[in-house]
Ligand binder design. Structure first.
Ligand SMILES: C[S@+](CC[C@H](N)C(=O)[O-])C[C@H]1O[C@@H](n2cnc3c(N)ncnc32)[C@H](O)[C@@H]1O
Length: 552
């Protein structure tokens, strides 16, 4: 048997790697396509039949050297990878078939057999399920080779993440902090004061609730729109408006259609009339969700919904052979190396609060657009993602922000806080910026986010000379001293805001030199309560534990 702890790790690791990407499609097929289910059953039967024969041929350990496995893995990685779910399914079936044939040839063919089974595993949406099936059906040496390969593959992928992220043209890299407890952003070259270090677009962004649907700002890029210049789609339950067709199309493709639109989510030829069938339910579910988030001001829930929708959109776009995938990859609509899920998983967070009703409302919207996908909205995942979102979003304040934001009516400790040196009260909305999320707070920062194009495009600007290798910092809160404050009061305000919003006691050099012992008390937090997901810290410390030792 595969041990439970190994399976849990494997499950999470495979989720981290983004193999989950195909799940949306496969899950849909499994539920809705009788032929597909039959095919899977047939494959299992073939494998079962083989077991009886393989039982008599059981070998000892794989005995394949690490070098040999690494070379084989490198070769497999160079092979063309199927992109569309249709291609993946074909590839899966072909590789399982090949593997069986090799196994039937006997021991001398165990290595090529294992390579085929491993190729199949790489594209299968529920790898843990398949591994369990492999364990029951494959000769032990073949199973061991498959597991060794899978293990190497996952480890390389997870550990290789920071070789791809941030993209090299952003002039910064992610490095461990001096005490090794977190990750920080470091400059890859020198920057003069006032120079733009990098520009970044948000993965998701939204207007504050009071501006939603008002017609004054673009719902996608958040730009202020002149009177009479708005594009208002015919149907949109959130009341979105746009400044241009480009914004409308990007928004629709990424998340708006699935959450608040009326068009079919699947391309026409894969739709099978589903679109027309679900239209009524869709409108009802959307209206209930919109009413809820507007009345409760649940901006973070809306942003998380957009992340879910964007992930699904990435998968459904791959279903459309008429659309060149390269186009979408160029605009970041389809990720090929690491998915949005991979990125999200690594963000630091404090667990968020989500009610059962909220989960049901969102699941209903998603399920009505694409039956089957609501399963990905679990209580646990939603709470973590809402926590991650609240913890990492940056306030968008073009030209220094606005003055007419309604004062929040929650208690200070429950108010929405976004990272912005201008103060959340000045923002028009907020967004999740993957690179900027890694920047630590300082009360004497060397950089600041600005929005010179009047949109959600963030420019990280050096506010002083920054030397190559130096850590980049920004202020999460307004660190200036207001006219009605003494220096002690200003310090206390910013430290309390940091404690309430991000649950840490600021340890920046300025606080280190200014804060007296008596001021240390009463800010509501002792150390740092934020965390990264267990599986991420385990994998990053090289402790994944998924090797062939997974056998009890
Ligand atoms: C620099 S890290 C970047 C987060 C990154 N995603 C990670 O995995 O470590 C940001 C975290 O460091 C801590 N932090 C940031 N600025 C800090 C400060 N001035 N004093 C103490 N802790 C700070 C907080 O826990 C914050 O969540």
């Amino acid at each position: 048997m595969v041990s439970r702890s190994s399976l849990v790790t494997l499950a999470s690791v495979t989720v981290v790697t983004g193999i989950v990407a195909y799940a949306v499609y496969f899950d849909y097929r499994r539920r809705n396509d009788v032929e597909f289910r039959k095919k899977l059953k047939k494959e299992k039967k073939k494998v079962d039949k083989h077991v009886a024969q393989a039982e008599t041929e059981k070998q000892a350990a794989s005995g394949v050297s690490a070098e040999e496995l690494r070379a084989a893995l490198a070769k497999i990685r160079e092979e063309e990878h199927p992109i569309s779910p249709g291609e993946s399914e074909k590839h899966f079936m072909a590789q399982v078939g090949l593997g069986e044939q090799f196994v039937a040839q006997g021991e001398a063919f165990f290595m090529p057999a294992a390579l085929s089974f491993f190729r199949a595993l790489r594209v299968y949406p529920s790898p843990v399920e398949l591994i369990m099936l492999y364990q029951q059906t494959l000769p032990e040496p073949v199973f061991k080779i498959v597991m060794e390969l899978a293990n190497m593959d996952v480890e390389d992928r997870v550990q290789g993440y920071y070789n791809h992220f941030p993209p090299s043209d952003m002039n910064v890299s992610v490095q461990p902090s001096a005490d090794g407890t977190k990750k920080i952003i470091v400059a890859n070259k020198d920057f003069e004061e006032g120079e733009v270090i990098y520009k970044e677009l948000p993965v998701v962004a939204d207007l504050d609730m009071d501006l939603q649907g008002k017609g004054t700002h673009c719902s996608y890029c958040l730009r202020q729109i002149g009177k009479g210049m708005t594009i208002r789609p015919e149907y949109d339950s959130l009341g979105a408006v746009y400044c241009s067709r480009t914004c409308q199309i990007r928004s629709k493709t990424q998340s708006e259609n699935l959450l608040f639109g009326a068009d079919s989510v699947l391309p026409e030829d894969s739709d099978n009339g589903l679109g027309a069938l679900v239209q009524k339910d869709r409108k009802k579910a959307q209206t209930a969700f919109v009413e809820y988030i507007k009345s409760k001001g649940r901006l973070m829930l809306l942003l998380v919904a957009r992340v879910f929708a964007r992930q699904i959109a990435c998968e459904t776009l791959k279903l459309n052979p008429a659309e060149p995938i390269a186009e979408y990859t160029k605009h970041g609509l389809v990720e090929t190396t690491y998915s949005i899920f991979d990125h999200m998983q690594r963000l630091r967070f404090v667990e968020g609060k989500v009610t059962q009703d909220e989960r049901k409302l969102l699941a209903a919207v998603m399920g009505a657009a694409l039956p089957g996908v609501s399963d990905i909205v679990t209580d646990e995942r939603l709470a973590t993602d809402v926590g991650r979102m609240s913890y990492n979003v940056i306030g968008i304040c073009p030209t220094g922000g606005r003055e007419d934001r309604p004062a929040p009516d929650e208690r200070p400790e429950d108010q929405l806080r976004t990272r912005t040196p201008y103060g959340t009260s000045k923002q028009v909305g907020c967004g999740l910026y993957l690179v900027s999320a890694y920047i630590a707070h300082s009360c004497a920062p060397n950089a600041k986010p600005s929005f010179p194009s009047g949109t959600s495009e963030l420019h990280m600007v050096a506010t002083q000379y920054i030397k190559k290798g130096e850590e980049i910092t920004m202020a999460y809160v307004d660190v200036s001293q207001h006219p009605d404050e003494t220096p002690v009061e200003a310090r206390r305000r910013r430290r309390i805001e940091l404690a309430r919003g991000w649950r840490f006691k600021c340890e920046c050099p300025r606080c280190g030199s200014e804060v007296t012992e008596s001021e240390e008390r009463d800010i509501g937090v002792k150390g740092d309560e934020a965390k990264v997901e267990d599986v991420v810290s385990r994998v990053e410390s090289g402790n994944a534990g998924t090797a062939n030792t997974a056998l009890d």
